[in-house]
Write a protein that binds this ligand. Structure first.
Ligand code: ZN
Length: 381
């Protein structure tokens, strides 16, 4: 009996302790059901995704591009300088961002380097001295893919620069004086724009040179991109009538219509009418002077490019005759003239000449352009 009871008691005790252990396990922190593991994994995953997106701390393989607005300086009252940014990157720039087009990080950098994809703005407008932040901001065309499709491949860090607006000082006065005295020439082109004009504008832009274009209204309407580009790169827009008549043979109303129609066509593209006028053939009489209501710009060097249609002859004529303050007449409707002009830009710059617009040449020599007056060149006394 005793033996039997012991055995039974032992069995019961063992069953009890197993049940207790089961209960303990069930409620203890050491016991985790597969269901719980699943939930925890999902939460952890979501947290990680969020952290990755929000902070980028897990983006170890993301290539970083730095877009840094460069510091700029200006004197009070001057035109705001053109802000520029520097783009740098140390990662692998061959990584493809868009499989369909093969667009790489290097392509993105090239775009940034060409000035697209971001804006640079400053609160400083140059009317008060002080230091102002130059803010670099990505356009949505770039920021949207950066936050979505490209987020695990590339990021762009924008860094601000500083615009310093300075009080006018002796250094400034000296630079104004130096600018006034440096040799300058105004290249001018008549009768366009035409099909070679864009090539000429590209050459001017590349060499940081400016020119003045005396345009026919009827061509302005055909070459809108060219006219917009002239304005964009700082060239001067001039009026050369609508369809090239001899002004002294027109009535005053007809002449005014020729001028106004062309100014209207230019204004429709650039927002401003022409600043200077060159009457066709340079023909001016008293009635023209009284009624044009614009300063009239003639020339001191006539290349006769329209007659010779000879690139080398045009180049030689300018180089043999040019001097500081001259206004050179050419026609951008001829390929030979445009090719000559492209050569001349480099050759004249090599000789130390600055290629400027008519108005800049006049202003730097202290001339104020007067309506109805005619000018042939602007020389230092
Ligand atoms: Zn002409």
């Amino acid at each position: 009996m005793r033996k039997y009871n012991l055995k039974k008691r032992f069995k019961r005790a063992r069953a009890r302790s197993r049940a207790m252990a089961r209960r303990r396990r069930k409620h203890s922190i050491n016991y985790i059901s597969p269901m719980k593991i699943g939930v925890v994994c999902v939460i952890a995953f979501l947290v990680m995704i969020f952290a990755t997106r929000a902070t980028g701390i897990f983006k170890e393989n993301v290539v970083e591009i730095n877009l840094t607005a460069q510091d700029a300086e200006m004197y009070i009252g001057e035109d705001k300088p053109v802000f520029v940014a520097e783009v740098s990157c140390e990662g692998d720039t061959e990584i493809i961002l868009d499989e369909d087009t093969g667009f790489t990080i290097q392509n993105l950098i090239d775009e940034l380097n060409s000035g697209t994809g971001y804006t640079l703005e400053s609160d400083g407008d140059g009317s008060e001295t002080g230091e102002y932040e130059i803010k670099a901001e990505l356009t949505s065309a770039v920021s949207t893919p950066l936050n979505t499709d490209w987020f695990d491949k590339v990021k762009i860090n924008t860094k601000p620069g500083t615009l310093k607006v300075k009080e006018i000082d002796e250094e400034y006065m000296a630079s104004v004086e130096a600018k006034k005295n440096r040799p300058m020439i105004a290249l001018t082109f008549d009768d366009g724009p035409g099909k070679y004009t864009m090539k000429l504008l590209d050459a001017l832009e590349e060499n940081h040179a400016q020119a003045t274009f005396f345009m026919l209204g009827q061509n302005v309407e055909k070459y809108e991109d060219e006219v917009a580009k002239m304005k964009e790169i700082g060239c001067e827009l001039g009026n050369h009538s609508y369809d090239h008549p001899k002004f002294p043979k027109l009535s005053v109303d007809e002449m005014k219509a020729e001028i106004n129609n062309t100014n209207g066509a230019i204004e429709a593209i650039t927002g401003e009418p022409a600043s200077v006028l060159r009457p066709p053939y340079g023909l001016i009489n008293e009635e023209v002077k009284q009624n044009v209501e614009m300063p009239m710009i003639l020339w001191s060097i006539d290349t006769l490019d329209w007659k010779t249609k000879d690139t080398q002859a045009t180049i030689d004529h300018v180089l043999a005759n040019v001097s500081d303050g001259d206004i050179v007449l050419m026609h951008d409707i001829y390929e030979t003239s445009v090719n000559a002009a492209i050569e001349l830009i480099k050759k004249l710059q090599d000789q130390g000449y600055y290629l400027v617009t008519v108005s800049e040449l006049a202003a730097s020599r202290g001339y104020e352009l007067v309506k109805g007056e005619k000018y042939f060149g602007f020389y230092n006394e």
